[in-house]
Design a protein around this ligand. Structure first.
Ligand code: ZN
Length: 267
């Protein structure tokens, strides 16, 4: 079976230097509300700043085209929905942390956009993502394959029930594009190019659906013996192309923590 390759290019991701809220007319807000628009600071200065957060991670890198962020991201489509809050002020803090760790959710590169996404839209996008990620997981785990076949057929528009909401194809189309990538040995492959984390997340949902990807706890998962452990997940197949190597750790941090815990003379 050929792999669904998700392509992230460094140039598509440029984080902002700061975040603030405005109303729809662009006036700065002091108090967060659900209708507040998430805006970014110093967009023009980004050429000088560059994508400082990007690092190499040998575990999740498959070839030279790929890179990863220092924070766990292969389970973002399942994880973000668990971080939402019920008050705009609390949720704004969550969004600030996200922007600090990753950048903009919808566009990736904040230089060329005028953000229009409200806190309400950020929240509902993350909830819908998780909802569909879990629906795909339930269909994959079900003994009855008709559920899974129906989801795949709906995605490919082989069948469609206009009365049932099915956002995956529309979101996928909105946030991703097709890409031809060079691989080792002067060969080529096709891939899904994502230009932001919305694209990344919806591409992961589609990959789960067609690849039957399963998720396990990170090697450094939280437990009685490891109370400061991690709550993130890792997929059974890496998103970055051809490697069949299974991921064990959600991040370099957890990889190091796990190897420390495995050393018998330590602690
Ligand atoms: Zn972890």
């Amino acid at each position: 079976m050929s792999q669904i390759r998700i392509v992230r290019r460094q140039l598509d991701f440029l984080p902002p230097t700061g975040i603030y809220l405005t109303n729809k007319k662009g006036r700065k807000l002091v108090k967060p509300s659900w209708d507040a628009v998430v805006q970014y600071r110093s967009r023009d200065g980004h050429f000088a700043i560059g994508p400082v957060r990007i690092i190499n991670d040998a575990d999740s890198r498959d070839d030279m085209e790929q890179y990863t962020f220092p924070h766990p991201d292969v389970d973002l489509h399942r994880h973000l929905g668990t971080t939402v809050k019920d008050s705009p002020a609390e949720f704004y803090e969550v969004v600030k942390t996200f922007v600090d760790e990753y950048g903009d959710f919808f566009a990736g590169d904040v230089r060329d956009i005028v953000p229009t996404w409200t806190l309400r839209e950020w929240r509902s996008e993350w909830i819908v993502l998780r909802e569909w990620a879990l629906k795909v997981e339930a269909a994959l785990k079900s003994d009855d394959s008709s559920q899974l076949n129906m989801l795949r057929q709906q995605f490919n528009r082989e069948t469609r029930d206009p009365d049932i909401a099915f956002p995956i194809p529309e979101k996928f189309k909105l946030y991703t594009s097709a890409e031809v990538v060079s691989t080792r040995g002067a060969k080529f492959d096709t891939g899904i190019r994502v230009n932001g984390f919305a694209g990344w997340c919806w591409a992961l949902v589609v990959r789960d659906l067609f690849h039957g990807v399963q998720y396990n706890q990170c090697s450094n998962h939280k437990s009685v013996n490891n109370p400061n452990g991690c709550r993130r997940e890792v997929p059974s197949i890496t998103p970055f192309g051809k490697s069949g190597k299974q991921m064990k750790h959600c991040s370099n941090r957890c990889r190091k923590a796990s190897s420390r815990r495995e050393e018998p003379n330590n602690g």
